[in-house]
Design a protein around this ligand. Sequence first.
Ligand code: NAP
Length: 305
Amino acid sequence: MSSTWHILGAGSLGSLWACRLARAGKAVRLILRNDQRLRAYRHAGGLTLIEQEQAALFAIPADTPESAGPVHRLLVACKAYDAAPAITRLLPRLAADAHIILLQNGLGSQEEVAEQAPHARCIATSSTEGAFREADWRVRFAGHGFNWLGDPTNPALPDWFEDLANAGIPAQWTVDILTRLWRKLAINCAINPLTVLHDCHNGGLLGHLDQVEALCVELTQLLQRCGQPAAASELGEDVQRVILATAANYSSMYQDVRAGRRTEVHYLLGHACRAAERHGLVLPALEHLHRQLVDNLRARGLPSA
Ligand code: NAP
């Protein structure tokens, strides 16, 4: 199996991973959206990573999904709603035994990708690292964090896992990746939509703790019904801790809405509501929140799914 890291999507997280792997001497190739983006990238001469006010340029080779050559190891670093369509385009190049590492937040996109590529091994990631694009091909490493990776269908450690430590990417293999993803999703559902509706930073929710608490009660029920008791444990306390620890920050959903960008709501609150419906659970606060958020996004001309 080739040891090249193909990285689909040179946005915030994709660039952060690509630059660190390239800096450690790993073989890395970017897969960009189309020829136009490829030309723009080549004109820039590479990716720039800014870390502790030091900018470094990495001239990482790049191509498009339609270029030639098999893909054995693929890091998917686009938004959740772009992941499955991107994999569909890449299918002709995907080796039968390919490993696909998915960086998407939320739940649902991982299953969509697995359906598109049933022979590949799909590995999900839950990341607390933070990065943002200052400009095209220029990414700032904004928040140190951690990455948990796991395959819900196979506990075996992949042979490339050591590459991450070698590249300084903090990561741990976990058999409980679904617990991590569900917990993060639940915290997101309790905080992010309310910051959009109340037009506030995370700390602004301290004035709406009754609403937050009602959501946590329902989210706890949902996690238990979905067979995720560990993700449900002390959710309300954890949500309050996150609100306090990130009081000055604006949630990712708030930032997306403010910038007029599509949100990942379909894979976050939308996923929670669909799961509740599948289980025949009536969760009035969560459903009301979803309806309000959908209305709010539509009023702004943004996709609501
Ligand atoms: P982003 O900055 O918007 O980057 C996404 C990239 O994907 C863009 O460069 C986009 O290309 C590219 N893309 C989309 N469709 C593509 C396709 N078909 N082929 C090739 N490239 C394609 O997003 P992000 O912030 O890195 O987020 C990625 C995922 O990580 C999300 O699910 C997010 O929730 C999660 N996450 C992000 C962070 C963070 O700090 N950023 C932290 C934790 C989790 P263009 O440049 O051409 O638009």
